[in-house]
Write a protein of this length. Structure first.
Length: 319
């Protein structure tokens, strides 16, 4: 896959996309002879991966902000990104066999591909199989805990969530500034909160959610809110709103629910056809309606319920 990227689309097409697939950034210009030599070679090699690696092309003359971000001294300049960070790169035109080695180094191993497939399956059996391959995999631990919470098996869920928290805290200690590690720990805290709430420990659950929110908000002071962080933050706010309301503080719950709806609506404005953002607005509006109803404001509650219904119908119509 080859995509032309601009300063305006870089965040979405490169940074956010790199959380799901390796992205190669080819910085070039029409007047650059070596760029015209390298371009067809790298396009051919990336196309052969069948979508396992994405190539984005950046015209440095038209997109100076991207060039400045990479501190480009000469072109062609090529960088590989995974999980929002640069992991490799080179400058200059190289023959095909060198480019092939560069791209091959970004492809998942057979074990990584198997693990990714199991995590994507999302069943209890798949999560347990993933943990046999990689016992400390946070995604598998958190996913399994969430399934156990949904089934009411809160003791096992709590054990799984506590393991995820321990692992995520250790990873973050090794890389305190890493945004992915902070996000993973926040997700583990919220999963742990769900298990605690299932055992009736709402106060403890709320404390874990507040720790998660502090982590993500600290991250947002230094980096823009991307799609992954938006999802985690909405996950946190939904849980916080639920626990606060169950503990009887409807006014505080109203503030949390309102913020969740605002963030979901902003995500939908960025991409009006994104199914996840549509459903996020519907869930947030419905939750806010419940809180308004609990506060004795039925007319405003009905408005939110109507908003949730309208956006749900829109999402279904577009399927």
């Amino acid at each position: 896959m080859v995509i032309d990227v601009t300063d305006a689309t870089f965040q979405t097409e490169v940074i956010e996309r790199s959380h799901t697939v390796p992205v190669i950034v080819d910085l070039w210009a029409p007047w650059c002879g070596p760029c015209r030599t390298l371009g067809p070679i790298i396009e051919k090699v990336v196309e052969a991966t069948g979508g396992k690696v994405v190539l984005v092309k950046v015209d440095t003359d038209q997109n100076p902000a991207i060039s400045q971000a990479f501190e480009v001294q000469s072109i062609p300049a090529v960088y590989a990104l995974k999980d929002g960070a640069v992991v490799d790169g080179f400058m200059g035109a190289y023959p095909e066999h060198v480019v092939q080695q560069f791209v091959d180094s970004l492809l998942p191993t057979e074990g990584e591909a198997t693990l990714a497939a199991l995590l994507a399956e999302g069943t209890e059996g798949a999560f347990r199989a993933a943990l046999e391959i990689e016992p400390g995999n946070e995604d598998a631990i958190v996913g399994l805990a969430e399934l156990l919470i949904a089934r009411g098996e809160n003791e096992q869920a709590l054990q799984s969530a506590e393991k995820a928290v321990t692992i995520a805290e250790g990873v973050l200690q090794e890389a305190p500034g890493d945004p992915v590690s902070r996000s993973n720990l926040a997700a583990a805290y919220v999963t742990q909160a769900g298990a605690l709430a299932g055992r009736g420990r709402l106060g403890d659950a709320l404390a874990q959610v507040e720790k998660a929110r502090t982590l993500v908000e600290g991250l947002l002071r230094t980096t823009p809110l991307d799609a992954r962080q938006t999802r985690i933050l909405l996950f946190i706010l939904h849980a916080q709103g639920s626990y606060v309301q169950e503990l009887g503080d409807v006014r505080a719950a109203l503030g949390v629910r309102g913020e969740a709806l605002r963030i979901a609506e902003e995500a939908l404005r960025r991409d009006p056809r994104d199914r996840w953002s549509q459903m996020a607005v519907a869930v947030a509006a419905d939750a806010l309606g419940d809180t308004l109803l609990a506060r004795g404001e039925p007319s405003q509650a009905v408005e939110r319920f109507r908003q949730a219904l309208a956006i749900s119908r829109q999402a279904l119509a577009e399927d």
